[in-house]
Design a protein around this ligand. Structure first.
Ligand code: NOJ
Length: 558
């Protein structure tokens, strides 16, 4: 039997509001995606993952959903969505959507009903409403903190005008957490999955898949830190021992995914899931991937890895070991819409793993070095066993836009942090497609609307048009690597064998006859002998592998 497609798929992430604007309002949309399907098919990816396109007040860029079974009018219509699904399938591309089960929008009919129905009503039980503590209930029910800053609780005004109960929101106040103990919640999400599956959607990325279930009684805990900071043991930093947490990664959440798996498997061409679960321990992540649960999960440990051969090898090794134990393929990802673009991370000397813009600001950056490392990193990523993700714009080598003016910042983190954390907008700037000035073909010719976030003045040479056909460009490197990956039987799902190479050089072989070597040092090193080079991330003068360069190798046929 053929391998299931998802075990080695390369999946391209479309951050819809910034991919391509088809109707000229400065915001990306479904028409824009349809107009650029050729770019995606030519690139050589197997599937698309599209960030939420449902009706939303956009308090968190669509992760505050007010109707899970419809399309946001600013993005198009349900008919547009169905047309896109057909066209993508015709172009050989599978399509994953993004489901947001931990919270709805505060404009979801269930939440407005809950507010109007008042304390003690059945409608409030679909969310996590609690009385406050202290005199007159003026203190939040517990000390849990929102991921976006501040308390995770918001007090409501009751229908009679009095100050009332509080509701839990692990993210923005406009994103009330749903109560996963409630049968309506479970039933409604299954209905949503079926709604989209029946329209041809091939699977879902599950937003904050490791939240959903909270500890009964919502207790305070002395240690709410997440992810936990490493601890020092015998002078070495080690991962902190796992301990249960009142709302992240609780064992009970797995019951939900067992039900979802049954539903996915009930289709003739089974549907698939990918978990967004920020858990530190590879063993805890692998639990989501047991054979009767989710298919794959993003590998954030790899995404956050520093540019260091020893560390990379350790992360890759641990990942493969834990995934092997549950029979699931690993995934490899360098960037997404929540983290600083990897060109900008690699432009700095990183000493600790991490991925946020705030970790970079103010530190000297060498973007040329960042791009060279990014080129080397994509060859490594696409050679590793399993499936891989490409975040829109990384194929163009885009950097994080670090100097967006304060007044355009739209990420709720900016306000919630009291203007101390600039948030995630710098990796969400609309893509440059063509031309040498904003909007770089992002919006149709003649439209006067500005892109929803301003694009930098210097992106002319980075447009898809400018890079197309230039053999030295990032875009052509991605195209070459993706096409060669498809033609190379050794790549995709499987195993690797590490090569014994000098310190700072990472290399492995995969059978039949493939090798990958990455120079993570600052000096040129000799290429391993006995192989032909089939693709390299940069020039290889005198048969050497320069610093921050990688190569794909083939063992000549005997
Ligand atoms: C993870 C999403 O990727 C992020 O963009 C969003 O803000 C949070 N989940 C909350 O839904």
């Amino acid at each position: 039997m053929a391998e299931p497609w998802w075990r080695d798929a390369v999946i391209y992430q479309i951050y819809i509001r910034s991919f391509a604007d088809g109707n000229g309002d400065g915001l990306g949309d479904i028409a824009g995606i349809r107009s650029r399907l050729r770019h995606l098919a030519d690139l050589g990816v197997d599937a698309l993952w599209i960030n939420p396109w449902y009706p939303s007040p956009m308090a968190d860029a669509g992760y505050d959903v007010s109707d899970y079974r419809a399309v946001e009018p600013r993005f198009g219509t349900l008919a547009d969505a169905e047309a896109l699904l057909r066209e993508a399938h015709d172009a050989g591309l599978r399509v994953l959507l993004d489901i947001v089960p931990n919270h709805s929008s505060d404009q979801h009919p269930w939440f407005t009903e809950a507010l109007a129905a008042g304390p003690g009503s059945p409608a409030r039980e679909r969310y996590l409403f609690r009385p406050g503590r202290g005199a007159d209930g003026a203190e939040p029910p517990n000390g849990w903190q929102s991921v976006f800053g501040g308390s995770a609780w918001q007090r409501v005004t009751e229908p009679d005008g009095s100050p009332g109960e509080w509701y839990l929101h692990l993210f923005a106040p406009e994103q009330p957490d749903l109560n996963w103990e409630h049968p309506d919640v479970r039933a409604d999400f299954e209905k949503t999955l079926r709604f989209w599956f029946d329209r041809g959607v091939d699977g879902f990325r599950i937003d904050v898949a490791h939240s959903l279930v909270k500890e009964p009684g919502l207790p305070d805990a002395s240690d709410l830190e997440w992810p936990r900071k490493p601890v020092e043991v015998d002078g070495e930093l080690q991962r902190a021992p796992w301990r249960p947490h009142p709302f992240w990664d609780r064992d009970e959440v797995h019951e939900v995914y067992r039900e979802w798996r049954l539903l996915a498997d009930s289709y003739d061409d089974p549907k698939v899931y990918v978990a967004e679960a920020w858990v530190d321990e590879p063993e805890r992540l692998a639990r989501y991937l047991r054979p009767d649960e989710l298919h794959t999960a993003f590998n954030f440990t790899y995404l956050q890895a520093i540019w260091d051969a020893g560390y990379l090898r350790q992360v890759i090794g641990e990942t493969l070991e834990e995934h092997r134990a549950v029979g699931a393929p690993a995934t490899w990802v360098l960037s997404n819409h929540d983290v600083a673009r990897h060109v900008s991370r690699y432009a700095r000397e990183q000493t600790t793993p991490g991925s946020s813009l705030m970790e970079l600001l103010g530190r000297p950056a060498d973007l040329d070095l960042g791009r060279r490392r990014a080129r080397a990193a994509v060859l490594l990523t696409l050679a590793l066993p399993g499936s891989a993700y490409v975040y829109q714009g990384e194929e163009l080598g885009l950097e994080e836009v670090e100097d967006l003016p304060d007044e355009v910042l739209a990420d709720p983190t900016w306000e919630r942090s009291g203007h101390t954390d600039r948030g995630r907008d710098g990796c969400r700037v609309p893509l440059p497609w063509s031309g040498d000035a904003p909007p770089y073909g992002f919006s149709p010719e003649g439209s006067t609307a500005q892109p929803w976030l301003p694009q930098p003045a210097g992106w002319g040479p980075l447009t898809a048009e400018a890079q197309s056909g230039d053999p030295g460009s990032m875009l052509e490197l991605y195209r070459a690597a993706l096409h060669r990956r498809r033609e190379t039987p050794a790549l995709g799902d499987g195993e690797l064998t590490w090569l014994d190479l000098p310190e700072g050089v990472l290399g492995f072989t995969r059978e039949p006859g493939f090798g990958c070597v990455v120079n993570v040092t600052a000096e040129p090193v000799a290429l391993p002998t006995g192989y032909d080079v089939v693709l390299a991330s940069g020039p290889l003068p005198d048969g050497m592998l320069p610093a921050a360069t990688s190569a794909w190798l083939a063992r000549p046929q005997q």
